[in-house]
Design a protein around this ligand. Structure first.
Ligand code: FAD
Ligand code: NAP
Length: 510
């Protein structure tokens, strides 16, 4: 389905691939990159065949458009003619055809819920699905007039509010024990206040147009043992509020996280430092009107408008250095987020990021990802397999494990790169390995110079079986793997061949 080439790159003809020693790759057609697609959508060509007219599409009509050269797909009630997009779809035409003539929302969500198809496909919009009247005119379906909270999943949270002369406190009762400051993402924008609480795989939303003005900043407290969240807003004027405000979309609802859209806020670029010849450390500052902490192992999405089209790509926050996570405690109101980002000169998104000036803004989403801290429970051996910027999720995982897991005996990182110059934070990693005897480090290079004395080549059974030795036969292990998609897929296969179970492996993907 619709995708931007983040997982499958480097593309066949990219410089990165050319240097790889000619292993077999799926060729991509020239002139069919995302940038080429954007150009086509701006060319004024009629991509729907309807000359800009929007129509109501019945199910019967949708079903008829199920061929490559006449392919309509419905996503969240909107119907797109995706035939012109076929050759540009990085996942391939076959993948896109899986949704031909039908509602492709579930398929789309399974693969890349985060892709901003609305913007990328706006010139392909045919119209809306015609709604079947399921209820007599004037009557609402029952679910819209009763409690909007989900009937399945965690028991329904609730909220309340109280005030003093200067403050308004919103209290959320989650009735869960594993709630912490990472669980709450809150934003105050104009007169609306939005607080999303992540409870297992669900999201509980408070979304209100406040009755009175408040100051920009606010604070969030969590009483962990009872799962109570307190959000303290500062009134602009010391008057008594009669009500908190009126509900906005999805207020007081508990929705499976997979069904929620991505919410963005603008973050300011504070600094940008070279780390290697092509990788930079970006520091972004959250607005004062946002509370957001990205949990270990999760990523966010950046959104930029590139030649009029909104483009979204995932990035994984790191700490500002490998040692900063050890400086306890990390301030709960930390407003800075750091990212290690490789700039691809021929890429679509990273050159734009690189062109941002200090003080410019980029939109950053709520955190996403399926890594759970509970995977560290009672952990004794942690093995990290990273290739290139696949190192980024390992930064926080490594620091968290060394700082917070008392049972941990060994952490080993095998870091795959092309050359020595490509190794991110090499001296920091070496210093850490020297300082902390639990941490071992192995670099593997695919295109080293003749002076390189270390390991060479690609991920292989021989490299892995030597590296993945448990410190005790019975050790509880976790293996984390991240890198270019084919690297990760090959690594996963090798790990299964080496008899590691699913629970012992975590692969980082979008
Ligand atoms: P792209 O336009 O995707 O191009 C990348 C390369 O492929 C270029 O060399 C380009 O020439 C080549 N290419 C693209 N299209 C074609 C084509 N059709 N034919 C031939 N060659 C082609 N990256 C980081 O640097 N840091 C992170 O922390 C990070 N975190 C991530 C987290 C997740 C969950 C995922 C999935 C990815 C992450 N990435 C990260 C990768 C990131 O999302 C982008 O994919 C990456 O920055 C490249 O974006 P781009 O648009 O600049 O390059
Ligand atoms: P790179 O420099 O191109 O590659 C790093 C190393 O991996 C090189 O030695 C490379 O060898 C090797 N390699 C590449 N493909 C391989 C394959 N199929 N089999 C075995 N070895 C392979 O990597 P990069 O440009 O930094 O890209 C990093 C990737 O990680 C991107 O795809 C990015 O999307 C992904 N990433 C994912 C996440 C996540 O959370 N999911 C986070 C960050 C990054 P050769 O180049 O010599 O072939």
């Amino acid at each position: 389905m619709l995708n931007v080439p983040s997982q499958s790159f480097p593309g066949s003809s990219s410089q990165q691939r050319v240097s790889s020693g000619g292993r077999s790759k799926v060729p991509l057609k020239q002139g069919r990159s995302l940038m080429d697609w954007i150009r086509l959508t701006k060319s004024g060509k009629d991509l729907t065949g309807l000359k800009g007219r929007l129509i109501e599409v019945t199910e019967e009509e949708l079903k008829k458009h199920n061929k490559k050269d006449d392919c309509w797909i419905c996503i969240r009630g909107f119907v797109y003619n995706v035939s012109p997009y076929m050759e540009y779809h990085p996942g391939g035409e076959e993948e896109l055809m899986r949704g031909a003539g039908s509602d492709g929302t579930d398929l789309f969500d399974q693969v890349h819920r985060w892709v901003n198809y609305e913007s990328m496909l706006k010139e392909c919009l045919v119209g809306r699905m015609a709604v079947k009247p399921a209820f007599p005119k004037g009557m609402l379906p029952k679910s819209q007039v009763t409690d909007p909270l989900a009937k399945e999943g965690p028991s329904s949270p609730s909220y309340d509010w109280f005030q003093t002369d200067a403050l308004v406190t919103i209290v959320i009762y989650t009735k869960q024990k594993d709630i912490n400051l990472d669980s709450v993402i809150a934003d105050h924008r104009d007169d609306s206040f939005r607080a999303e609480t992540v409870i297992k795989d669900y999201s509980y939303l408070i979304h209100i147009a406040l009755s009175h003005e408040i100051q920009e900043d606010f604070s969030v407290r969590v009483v962990e043992n009872v799962g109570k969240i307190e959000i303290v807003l500062k009134k602009k004027e010391n008057t008594s509020w009669k009500c908190l405000g009126h509900p906005l979309e999805n207020h007081n609802s508990l929705i499976p996280k997979k069904d929620t859209g991505l919410y963005y806020r603008k973050c300011q670029l504070i600094s940008k430092e070279d780390v290697t010849h092509d990788t930079k450390l970006f520091c972004l500052m959250l607005p004062p009107s946002t509370h957001l902490q990205v949990p270990t192992g999760q990523h966010v999405y950046f959104k930029l408008t590139i030649t009029g089209t909104e483009i979204v790509k995932p990035y994984t926050p790191v700490s500002d250095s490998l040692f900063s996570e050890f400086k306890e405690p990390v301030l709960p109101n930390n407003k800075y987020i750091y990212f290690l980002i490789k700039i691809y000169p021929a890429g679509l998104f990273t050159p734009e990021l690189d062109h941002l000036q200090i003080g410019d803004y980029v939109s950053v989403s709520n955190p996403e990802g399926n890594f759970k801290i509970s995977q560290f429970q009672e952990l004794e051996d942690l093995f990290l397999l990273a290739a290139g910027t696949g190192f980024t999720p390992m930064v926080k995982v490594l620091s968290y494990a060394l700082t917070n897991i008392p049972s941990l005996r060994k952490v080993k990182l095998m870091f795959f790169n092309k050359t020595e110059d490509d190794i991110i934070w090499r001296s920091q990693l070496e210093k850490l390995a020297f300082k902390d005897k639990r941490f071992d480090l192995e670099f593997v290079l695919s295109a080293p110079t003749s002076e390189w004395n270390g390991k060479r080549g690609y991920i292989s059974p021989a490299l892995l079986s030597e590296f993945l030795k448990r410190s005790l036969d019975t050790s509880k292990v976790l293996i984390c793997i991240c890198g270019p998609m084919p690297f990760t897929e090959q690594g996963m296969k090798l790990l299964h061949d080496l008899n590691f179970s699913k629970d012992e492996i975590h692969s980082f993907t979008a």
